[in-house]
Design a protein around this ligand. Structure first.
Ligand SMILES: [Ca+2]
Length: 108
């Protein structure tokens, strides 16, 4: 699974058809990152929080440099974290709220 970040120029107010996004950077799933089967992304400040359905986890990326997103940390399902097949995610204050396949919500 490859995550791509697109450079988004300001949307023209009167002519949306002329909006042309361009590729800026990406990061690929590997043994360190938990991005296999990425489902949803939530961006808060300089961080992106990604749920990964195949890796059964949540990946946290530093996106302060969109051309070079970097791994910050991750948490995976271990039987107590209830992150089997995570999909939706919302981050508020110091917590991430995650909906996964077999549970309503996890707080990280
Ligand atoms: Ca992985």
């Amino acid at each position: 699974m490859i995550m791509s970040f697109l450079l988004a120029a300001p949307m023209p107010a009167t002519n949306a058809a002329s909006f042309n996004p361009t590729h800026v950077g990406s990061i690929t799933d590997d043994a360190t990152t938990e991005l296999d089967g990425a489902q949803q992304i939530y961006v808060s400040g300089n961080y992106a929080y990604v749920t990964a359905g195949v890796d059964d986890g949540v990946e946290i990326l530093d996106i302060s440099d969109p051309a070079n997103p970097t791994h910050v940390g991750a948490i995976t399902d271990d039987g107590t974290t209830a992150l089997f097949g995570p999909s939706g995610i919302v981050v508020r204050d110091d917590y991430a709220y995650v909906v996964s396949y077999d549970s309503l919500c996890s707080i990280l």
